[in-house]
Design a binder for this molecule. Sequence first.
Ligand code: NAD
Length: 290
Amino acid sequence: MSETKIIDGKAVAAALKAEIRSKVARLQHSGPIPGLAVVLVGHDPASEIYVRSKIKQTTEVGLASIEHRLDSDVLQEDLLRLVEELNEDPAVHGILVQLPLPAHINSTEILLAIDPRKDVDGFHPINVGMIATQSGGIVPCTPLGSMKLIQSVRPDLAGLKAIIIGRSNIVGKPMAQLLLAQDCTVTLAHSKTRNLAEEIAASDIVVAAVGRPHCIRGEWIKPGAIVIDVGINRIVDEQGQRRIVGDVAFDEALGRAGAITPVPGGVGPMTIACLLSNTVDAFLRETCPD
Ligand code: NAD
């Protein structure tokens, strides 16, 4: 058994937020500051917790936080109108519409309405296309945070074999693009992939984004591999305690992986830090385009 480095996502996120805070403090001297607008529709408890945390961290780094809470029966056209107003608002540099939206709302139409320059979640097809063609674009926060964690332990990834398990638009697919852009040889695995264990055993980097507790077994991991666990799963453990665990059987992976992110305390804290960083970058592109 060799020692596995535990990648401390909280510490990396704190360092990134400290950098953002000092950038914003410098901007404050010279004029307007970046603003992040968050739109929350309805009262989904998980979304409420997430949005509260986003707003708290937005103000902690000195950004302006603009909050819009709408009833769950809001009409599609009223939500669209709000997005359009935020697109036009010079005090708003990032717009985040919290998902999931109620079933009667056409989420695709809402996300398409966001000005791609203010799309700090990186979900708009314009940004997706720009990332895919390596021509700039706003990178979705969770994959961006995951890349920063990988590169915190190994900056040069050229030639490494990477596997991502999960092909969602918000995590798996953009993650594949980012690793490809770093010259990795990328496998994007999903629920229909054959011989997943063998695919993982051949990989130097493993990113798990499935949403099934401990579905990636430790014995599948190549000795020395970097393992990034994006999964967030709420379970009741053998002692009857409610816990949050990842997709990777963490205890089994210890002593085998070269480095691994814990859950909680790994990718999670990076997601919001990257949202704040995307907002500052959107502001800088808007106010000083060169
Ligand atoms: P999703 O539910 O949209 O997609 C899951 C993916 O897993 C699918 O592509 C599916 O093909 C694949 N999959 C399902 N079963 C599989 C199996 N047995 N073998 C291989 N692949 C399988 O997922 P998502 O929205 O990308 O979220 C994935 C996980 O990441 C969830 O637990 C979610 O909560 C978490 N997440 C965490 C953060 C964060 O900030 N840490 C952000 C987003 C998502």
